[in-house]
Ligand binder design. Sequence first.
Ligand code: SAM
Ligand code: TMP
Ligand code: ZN
Length: 410
Amino acid sequence: MTDISGYSCRVCGGKVAEFVDLGQQPTANGFLLPHEADDVFLFRLAVGACEDCALVQLLDEVPQEFRYHANYRYHASGSASHRKHFQGNAEHFLRTELTGPDPFIVEIGCNDGVMLGTIAAAGVRHLGVEPSTNVAEIAEAKGVRVLRQFFDEQTATAIRAEHGPADVVFGANTICHIAHIGSVLRGLDTLLTPNGIFVFEEPYLGTLIDGMAFDQIYDEHVFYFSVTSVRNMAEQYGLELVDAEHIPMHGGEIRYTLARAGARTPKPAVAQLLADEQARGLSDPETLAQFGHRVEKIREDLLALLNDLKAKGKTVVGYGAPAKCTTVTNYCGIGTDLVPFVVDSTPAKQDHLVPGANLPVRPPSEFTDAYPDYALLFAWNHAKEIMANEEAFRASGGQWIVYVPEVHIR
Ligand code: SAM
Ligand code: TMP
Ligand code: ZN
């Protein structure tokens, strides 16, 4: 059913029912120089679920060219655990799917070559598809062959014509970014060998909801997949979900494997995970509405706490300026009156402003040189490491403010 009055599902055309509205927001990674602050691009950051296929998705979107360009800030090889994970993936593909006479693997969103670097070093035929030219360049320096384009049906047709069919198409933390996902799935039909697979690893709706990680919602994350919605999506395009497994990346993701319908026998894990989602009501409107109410409660509690600390003359500094920080500060309306600045270890972010909220980003030395009374932990996914590194802050009497899964002081 196509809904003409409101928002329609990007995959099946069904009606998308909104369950959380995070207000007017800039692009989350668009850190600004002070003179650019007044020019910021804003869009409405709201999320809904398709009433027909259960796919959770942004209602409005930012054009992809605004998000991926020659100055894309996310470098996948920046973290040792990511390098290890993607090397493991590459070795797994080399052992299992890429053992034929002249195998071929395509990666959508290869970024700086964190996965394909290992494939290239093994001398196996491959192609990374990557529109952000700055990271594509880094991949090429590792010997990775890159097509500097957005993957879609047209690109898939061109790749097939030039290189022949692919045994594996892979994507990580990329497929949920692609609003034209239908075109991607049609492209797979063109590109995959008869027994080929499409493997993708993406943030999981269940993790988002369990952890109240509403600040993972931002312009780049167009889709919030569940096993149920991926199963339904695959069916629309002649594909079948044949495996799904939890992986520990980014706090809890799922690796999905799709094959042509009927080509492979689905692993028992698929039915198990579908049953788990059904039992916990993951896609139920009540579950999603509850999430929306809890997000509003976090905003109320966090603002009440920050205003109370300000009234008492206490100092608060933000710790970490991940993309998440943009969502939470703009949603809550946290300005420099409540949090005068944020510290972050990334040189490229320092001397910039958190987009929209305009909090200045400073080097970590500004934190250690004069400890505040409280640190608001925006990089909460790194809490363990950061708190261990900053023991002296606590020893000085400092306390951490964490706002997920609810506002609390540690
Ligand atoms: N795969 C890496 C990882 O998991 O760390 C990088 C993920 S990064 C968050 C997403 C990447 O997808 C970016 O490098 C971006 O340029 C790329 N991308 C976005 N849309 C794309 C598209 N339509 N086709 C291919 N790559 C795309
Ligand atoms: P992420 O959540 O996307 O990994 O981003 C974490 C941000 O936090 C990133 O901008 C780097 C910053 N950060 C610090 O400033 N200090 C730290 O000790 C860690 C682990 C991260
Ligand atoms: Zn749908």
